[in-house]
Design a protein around this ligand. Structure first.
Ligand code: KIV
Ligand code: NA
Length: 263
């Protein structure tokens, strides 16, 4: 199979083929995900919670993500690889660029950052310098102290309008992908229909261009609180390969997420 690239993903969106994404943090799981046909792999700063045992993503450093990105890249053959810029590493366009370069040099093909229109100049700065950018709106875990916990976002009319304006500003600045986390399914559909770039949902309903889950949540090995949008795909399966294959099939045929996973 041919490597997945940004044009591949854009083509999938246009044809209505759902894009699959999972997080991964090491070479062995990455090789497994790649073998099972997962289109895109995210080295998420969720590694702070699932690998390091922190109760938020805030303690994760750039060097942590660089380390895991290099491991993932060594295990990968064809999946498209994105890495998170951790908390505090993209406060200015210049710092974002210097830090994103490290992630790209470790093997990422795109970097992800959390936040709205205030990031448009940063997204522009990166994309002008050949670094593809994925934006992340809705429940943005790096803002946990401002949100006052991990809560569904975009529920009021005003918040929904703000999110739509942010999404447009980020697309106009050159972002080529947008993660939407924990927002009403109707709002995620509106945003997806309004944009031309790919949207990847987690707790954002079935109408995004694709779906993402944290690997440990999919496998049912994360001891923390289980969010409404999580499904343990190990249930009824006898191997990790089978669970990942079931996730890919469920996203592709639209059966995941089901209404019980949505807001
Ligand atoms: O860090 C992460 O795993 C993420 C995904 C849940 C989108 O940002
Ligand atoms: Na993240």
């Amino acid at each position: 199979t041919k490597p997945v690239t940004l044009p591949t993903l854009q083509n999938m969106r246009q044809k209505g083929e759902k894009i699959t994404m999972l997080t991964s943090y090491d070479a062995s799981f990455t090789a497994l995900l790649d073998r099972c046909g997962v289109d895109t792999i995210l080295i998420g700063d969720s590694l702070g919670m699932v690998c390091q045992g922190h109760n938020s993503t805030l303690p994760v450093t750039l060097q942590d993500v660089v380390y895991h990105t290099a491991s993932v890249a060594r295990g990968n053959r064809t999946a498209f690889i994105l890495a998170d810029l951790p908390f505090g590493t993209y406060g200015t366009p210049e710092s974002a660029f210097a830090n994103a370069v490290q992630l790209i040099q470790a093997g990422a093909q795109m970097v992800k950052l959390e936040g709205g229109a205030w990031l448009a100049p940063t997204v522009r700065f990166l994309t002008e310098r050949a670094i593809p950018v994925c934006a992340h709106l809705g429940l943005t875990p790096q803002s946990v102290h401002q949100m006052g916990g991990y809560k569904v976002q975009g529920k009021t009319n005003q918040a929904a309008e703000q999110l739509k304006a942010d999404a447009l500003a980020l697309q106009n600045a050159g972002a080529e992908m947008l993660v939407l986390e924990a927002i009403p399914a109707t709002l995620a559909k509106e945003v997806t229909d309004m944009l031309t770039i790919t949207t990847i949902g987690i707790g954002a309903g079935p109408d995004c261009s694709g779906q993402v889950l944290v690997l440990h949540d999919l496998l049912g090995v994360f001891p923390g609180h289980k969010a409404r949008f999580v499904k343990n795909f190990m249930e009824g399966q006898t191997s990790i390969d089978a669970a990942v294959t079931a996730y890919v099939a469920a996203v592709k045929d639209g059966s995941f997420p089901a209404p019980e996973h949505c807001f």
